[in-house]
Design a binder for this molecule. Structure first.
Ligand SMILES: NC(=O)C1=CN([C@@H]2O[C@H](COP(=O)(O)OP(=O)(O)OC[C@H]3O[C@@H](n4cnc5c(N)ncnc54)[C@H](O)[C@@H]3O)[C@@H](O)[C@H]2O)C=CC1
Ligand SMILES: CC(=O)N[C@H]1[C@@H](OP(=O)(O)OP(=O)(O)OC[C@H]2O[C@@H](n3ccc(=O)[nH]c3=O)[C@H](O)[C@@H]2O)O[C@H](C(=O)O)[C@@H](O)[C@@H]1O
Length: 434
């Protein structure tokens, strides 16, 4: 098969590699010429994805995978076009911003030929595939979906950093506009993916046809909104527990020892371009979903609450020097989309603190690009707030942060024994040391 993968980002590039590894001819299209050039050298454009570097170094020189900025070089004659261009939510209006996706869809439509399966994998509001992509592709290509080409939605559910393992582990959900489209998608995904056995599932692991594009769209929004709502609940429990001298982590461990409880972890922020965003895509079509809205509010309140913990312990933040540890939205990922670093720095600055930011994955110049002043370990500070659970932060000691009086651990990754003599506060557990 000839396959085009549209967007060689943190998801699209590993997908292109996966498809090439299963013996197909794969061309990746990206508008970023630097990304294309890097891939064509057989190198990875971003760090952190397990096995990506070695797979690229093998597949690209062997001519099994290449990249281009030119849709005309990738889409015509393709058996399948897989689209993973990001969709954004406009911060001010809370409306989805389809800009990048519309542009990609226009380019695909201009070069689409008969017999191609087009599969959108980007997370979408329910109804988008049918009401937006179908008419757009038909108008631009001059062809008819269902007879000339097939259009399906198949959400991508993998976690960055372990994409290749997750592709084997999770059922591949699909939804078509017709039975024939769904059948074509099944044939395609069964030929490019291999699935681990999952005795824990009621159905065999593999391609799961959900019967409609809308059901497949909702499945992705449901699982991610569930995560946000669950974390929102954990954050409310955590705030209550800390106020009552209870360690929520031991409570959650106890509650989750029974099979019907899966309470997530409280923390300083819910970041990334997925979990904080998808509930808003869901709310866009179901504005009455009060549970979803309340969880969003509970989670967005956490950075200011966490800064308040530091301020309370220091007796005010005016004139204090505070370092925020972690610019990334979670540990081990070089990504700042909706990261808790932004509201945390804003709240500290507003309270009059001098704010520094540290992240092992970012250079001082990169941090300056966000308007942050970089912090070097070993420089005196009054307080530190752990924002991202980078592994390195578990090993920090007060000697790394000379003068530190207060540590607010927003991710509960430090051990109390290492912080004797420092006022250590864990979000969700307060000052308890057990
Ligand atoms: N990052 C994640 O953890 C996950 C993301 N997803 C889905 O994958 C989508 C993509 O996410 P990432 O790969 O992380 O994004 P990314 O930000 O890593 O990469 C996006 C790429 O799209 C390219 N691009 C923009 N406009 C384009 C166009 N018109 N034509 C071709 N390429 C274009 C950019 O140059 C960039 O290389 C997300 O919106 C989400 O729906 C799904 C599961 C996990
Ligand atoms: C494990 C999982 O299901 N992940 C899905 C998710 O991945 P992502 O990279 O966003 O990470 P993740 O969800 O762990 O953390 C988000 C934030 O919550 C915070 N977080 C997390 C867990 C918790 O208990 N508490 C908490 O505060 C955490 O600190 C972060 O700030 O979104 C992807 C996507 O839809 O595109 C899915 O494909 C993935 O399967």
């Amino acid at each position: 098969m000839k396959i085009a993968v549209v967007a060689l980002g943190k998801i699209g590039l590993p997908l292109a590699v996966q498809f090439a590894e299963t013996g197909h001819e794969v061309v990746g299209v990206d508008v970023n010429a630097d990304v294309v050039a890097t891939v064509n050298r057989g190198e990875e454009p971003f760090p952190g994805e397990a096995h990506l570097a070695e797979k690229l170094a093998e597949l690209v020189p062997a001519g099994r995978l290449r990249a281009t900025t030119d849709y005309a070089d990738a889409v015509p004659g393709a058996d399948a076009v897989v689209v993973v261009v990001p969709l954004f939510v406009d911060e001010a209006s809370a409306e989805p911003d389809f800009g990048w996706m519309d542009s990609a869809t226009t380019s695909i439509g201009e070069h689409l030929t008969r017999g191609t399966l087009v599969s959108y994998e980007t997370t979408l509001p329910v109804g988008t595939t049918r009401s937006r992509w179908k008419p757009m592709l038909e108008r631009i290509s001059g062809m008819t979906e269902g007879t000339d080409f097939h259009l399906v939605f198949s959400p991508e559910r993998v976690l960055t950093g372990r994409v290749f393992a997750d592709l084997r582990k999770y059922p591949k959900l699909i939804g078509g506009l017709s039975d024939a489209g769904a059948a074509a998608a099944r044939v395609f995904y069964e030929s490019v993916l291999e699935f681990d056995e999952r005795p824990d599932l009621d159905r065999p692991n593999g391609v799961w046809d959900l019967g409609s594009v809308e059901a497949a769209e909702l499945a992705k929004l449901a699982e991610t909104t569930y995560r946000d709502v669950n974390i929102g609940l954990a954050n409310q429990f955590g705030r209550f527990a800390a106020a009552h001298g209870i360690d929520i982590y031991s409570v959650i461990e106890a509650s989750n020892s029974q099979p019907y409880s899966h309470i997530h972890r409280p923390g300083i922020a819910v970041g990334g371009h997925c979990i904080p965003v998808y509930p808003r895509l869901y709310l866009w079509t179901d504005p009455d979903a009060t549970v979803v809205r309340a969880a969003r509010e509970a989670n967005t309140a956490m950075p200011a609450y966490t800064v308040g913990l530091a301020g309370g312990a220091l007796g005010g933040l005016e004139g204090r020097t505070v370092v925020v540890l972690g610019a990334a939205y979670r540990g081990g990922v070089k990504e700042t989309a909706f990261s808790g670093v932004f509201p945390t720095v804003a709240a500290l600055t507003q309270a009059g603190a001098t704010v520094l930011v540290h992240d092992p994955l970012y250079t001082a110049d990169e941090l300056a690009g966000y308007g942050f002043t970089a912090y070097e370990l070993g420089t005196p500070v009054d307080a530190a707030i752990i924002q991202a659970d980078h592994r390195e932060y578990a090993d920090l000691t007060p000697a790394d942060l000379p003068g530190i009086g207060v540590l607010v651990d927003g991710r509960r990754i430090t051990e109390p024994e290492a912080w004797v003599g420092v006022d250590r506060i864990v979000v969700g557990a307060g000052r308890r040391s057990d």
